[in-house]
Design a protein around this ligand. Structure first.
Ligand code: NAP
Length: 306
């Protein structure tokens, strides 16, 4: 538990799925806010959040949910951001901070800024932590622990607002980096969005195989396919939105990937073993660096956390 003073009087969470509910659990556990108000689109999800005691008040109206909030965090798929901004705008209090958790960052400004009233501080953020599960029941308080949160303010953003958002994520156990939104999008296109697309493609190729072969492929999945199926089980709506919102960077890294894959294909056809070995050796080196950076772990939901 935590003896430090709360950082906020009232935080509003718009969306209460894996990330929103993990954040609610962290905010409660580490006494980050005196009050959490929660909005979710469907009555079913809102009821689940209430049953799980994730917040202090529950709202069907986004403008009501953000009323008197010092910090509003949008935790919905990115395709909903403009609708959310329009819906929360009338309820925002002067000086409030609006942040988010979306996996792409450049689009946040164009999707939110035009609808936010003057005097609101927009501080986009991306906690780079997750699982393939969705919904409020899948979250847990330690999801973020030991991972990076990237915050992407503009140069003109109020530094006090940035510090407040930074302190929230630090108290949730994250390491924080401030980064330009375009750079974030390029880095994440390589480290997250490309692997996700490759996983969908590989699993999609399996799905297209003839039925008799498919059953054996599933049976012997431990040969490598297993890890791709885990990644490909992530929420399709969320990933649709990430690809479309980060279109330019995703297309750029996809182009590079396809060139590299074609080079490997040619090396195999020509029997160029040295070329293959060189390429596989540099991949091993990257793996060594990931382990050195202590980023080769996934936090899992403890059995005793509801
Ligand atoms: P999730 O578990 O599917 O929850 C989504 C939440 O958003 C639910 O409360 C849902 O409400 C609401 N929602 C869905 N569509 C909506 C719409 N069109 N309008 C308004 N509300 C809508 O999603 P999540 O995994 O927490 O992801 C949320 C955000 O976190 C995404 O922007 C994603 O990019 C980012 N993120 C995800 C991960 C990850 O690993 N999952 C990691 C880092 C960042 P109802 O259930 O009531 O419909």
């Amino acid at each position: 538990m935590n003896n430090e003073a709360p950082l906020f009087g009232r935080i509003a969470l718009i969306g209460i799925g894996l990330i929103g509910s993990s954040l609610a659990r962290s905010i409660n556990k580490y006494s980050i806010s005196e009050h959490i108000s929660i909005y979710s689109r469907s009555p079913e999800t809102l009821k689940k959040a209430c049953d799980l005691k994730l917040g202090d008040s529950y709202h069907r109206d986004p403008a009501q949910a953000v009323k008197n909030a010092d910090l509003v965090i949008i935790c919905t798929p990115m395709g909903a951001y403009t609708t959310v901004a329009q819906a929360i705008a009338p309820g925002l209090k002067m000086g409030a901070i609006v942040s988010d958790v979306g996996s792409s960052k450049r689009s946040v400004f164009s999707d939110l800024n035009p609808y936010l009233p003057d005097g609101i501080h927009l501080v986009p953020a991306h906690p780079v932590a997750g699982t393939a599960d969705s919904g409020p029941e899948s979250g847990f308080s330690e999801l973020f622990k030991g991972h990076w949160c990237i915050i992407t303010p503009l140069e003109t953003t109020d530094p006090t607002a940035v510090t407040k958002v930074k302190n929230l994520w630090i108290r949730c156990g994250m390491m924080v980096e401030i980064m330009d939104a375009s750079r974030h999008d390029h880095v994440l296109a390589i480290t997250s969005h490309l692997p996700q697309l490759i996983s969908y493609t590989i699993v999609g190729t399996v799905a297209d195989l003839q039925d008799d072969l498919k059953s054996e492929v599933t049976k012997f999945a431990a040969g490598g396919l297993r890890d791709f199926t885990r990644i490909a089980a992530s929420d399709p709506t969320m990933w649709r939105d990430v690809c479309l919102k980060n279109k330019d960077a995703v297309l750029d890294v996809l182009g590079r990937f396809m060139e590299d894959l074609t080079a490997l294909q040619r090396a195999i056809r020509r029997g160029q073993g040295d070329l293959l070995e060189d390429s596989f050796s540099s991949a091993r080196e990257i793996r060594r660096r990931v382990i050195e950076a202590k980023q080769d772990f996934i936090n899992v939901k403890p059995k005793d956390e509801s």
